[in-house]
Design a protein around this ligand. Structure first.
Ligand SMILES: Cc1ncc(COP(=O)(O)O)c(C=O)c1O
Length: 454
């Protein structure tokens, strides 16, 4: 590394990517197709992936902790999913008709997720939360919904409010009328929830990520979930668990199985479709029947909720989803991902404390979260407790310059992890984890040499 800074070395090592990045800048805003993939000074471009690894256009191998934004519980291209999709491909990618695979896929979801009586497939987590909130409005005849600051439920008008700091700011492009129907509550504060429900009889539902905002960046206790379940029952409000990430990840039956709490509606996506696009809303028959034409007469609104969707339950996603959920059913991947993530978190925490930095690594299940600069003197990473930290610090409190250098340094050391952390996959080996810990140590050393750290 010697005389070159991390950023100089990054520009040189990944130089083949700059051409694509320049072309992309003329096509896509910021050169990317998902906000989170924006990387300074430019992103890497991936050619192929297998197991826990990805290879860039320069043929540089990196261990991946993006895990397909959480969709890849097993790893990249697991043989049984490749086989299932390859077999389906010549039989048709879209029948514009009902098919046996969707029935098998739906049955697996019903078997796995405890609260599920009925399901509708959609194409993404965003579509799923859109449907769930609308169903709750129809069911209750109320208009508003309550969400928690920092929790992410996709990007449609209603739910994108209160996701990013400063959490109370309106989001441009969202009409006032939508803002007026959205209640944003501080996370984990049951008294605040009760205050809102008491003072506003027009709240139809509460939606949350049951393992906490951004898959535990702002973590949530099971006790809070239990209190929420009680209070929503007391006030006649629909409780929606957004299990788009936690579903099939924290246990085969998601967070609701892990915590033994039954929500009214569950939103699913990511792992559900085995690495292909797909989503679902699942829950009680009473609620899902608001989509049913047969139940229209008994439905108090007198009309069903319309639900088309060209790619709903397409045969490729169904084939991949079935193969994935069969593996999920065994419970084995969950043990692996949780164990690797724990080992990784512990190793990274040790490195931080050896370097005496005011950084934190924390997380639950398969999550590995970074807080790069908490500013508390003398607080060891090993003693960091995210529940004692303000949620505004946990989400959005990291130092941007350090985060960028950490990300580039980790890539140079063969690790593709986002600046705010990542997730483990069953394909990660102990060797991968040890390599990641060593890369973290090396990167911090480089950051010190670059004069970025005291
Ligand atoms: C908890 C949660 N809900 C909803 C979504 C949106 O899902 P999608 O990106 O499939 O629209 C995400 C995506 O990361 C998510 O993590």
């Amino acid at each position: 590394m010697s005389s070159h800074t991390i950023l100089e070395k990054y520009q040189k090592t990944f130089s083949k990517n700059t051409e694509l990045a320049q072309q992309a800048n003329h096509i896509f805003p910021d050169g990317v197709t998902h906000d989170n993939r924006h990387t300074e000074p430019f992103p890497i471009y991936i050619n192929r992936a297998q197991g826990s690894k990805k290879w860039t256009v320069d043929e540089i191998e990196v261990i991946d902790y993006w895990s397909g934004h959480g969709a890849l519980l097993l790893g990249h291209s697991p043989p049984e999913i490749v086989e299932a999709v390859t077999q389906q491909m010549p039989h048709g990618t879209h029948y514009g008709a009902c098919h046996a695979l969707e029935v098998e896929w739906g049955s697996l979801v019903k078997d796995l997720i405890p609260s599920v009586e009925r399901i509708r497939f959609v194409n993404s987590g965003t579509e799923a939360t859109l449907m769930a909130i609308r169903l709750a409005r129809m069911y209750t005849g109320k208009n508003k919904f309550l969400k928690f600051a920092g929790h992410f439920h996709g990007w449609h008008d209603s739910v994108i409010l209160g996701v990013y700091p400063p959490f109370e700011m309106p989001v441009p492009g969202i009409p006032e009328s939508i803002i007026d129907t959205t209640v944003i509550c501080p996370p984990n504060e049951i008294d605040a929830v009760e205050k809102y429900l008491k003072s506003d009889p027009d709240i139809a539902c509460i939606i949350l990520e049951p393992t906490g905002g951004a898959f535990g960046t702002i973590p949530t206790h099971g006790e809070f979930l239990r209190q929420l379940r009680q209070i929503t029952q007391d006030y006649g409000v629909v409780l929606i668990f957004d299990e788009v990430i936690s579903g099939f990840r924290v246990s085969p039956g998601g967070a609701q199985e892990y915590y033994n709490i039954t929500p009214d509606l569950t939103t699913l996506a990511k792992i559900l479709a085995g690495g292909l696009p797909g989503g679902a809303v699942a829950g009680s028959e009473d609620l899902l029947n608001f989509i049913s034409i047969k139940a229209e007469k008994s439905n108090p609104r007198g009309k069903k909720m319309p639900h088309p969707g060209t790619f709903n339950a397409n045969p490729l996603s169904a084939a991949a989803g079935i193969a994935m959920l069969k593996r999920v059913k065994t419970g084995i991947p969950h043990e692996k991902v949780n164990r690797s993530a724990k080992m990784l978190r512990e190793g990274l925490v040790d490195v931080i404390d050896q370097h005496e930095l005011d950084w934190a690594v924390y997380g639950e299940f398969s999550g590995v979260k970074f807080l790069i600069g908490h500013g508390v003197d003398g607080l060891r990473a090993a003693d960091f407790d995210p529940y004692k930290c303000d949620y505004r610090q946990l989400k959005g409190g990291s130092n941007a310059l350090l985060t960028m250098n950490l990300r580039c340094g980790m890539l140079l050391n063969g690790i593709d992890i986002a600046g705010n952390g990542g997730m483990t996959m069953a394909a990660h080996t102990d060797e991968d984890v040890q390599q990641t810990i060593a890369a973290f140590d090396q990167t911090i050393g480089w950051m010190k040499a670059d004069g970025l750290l005291d």
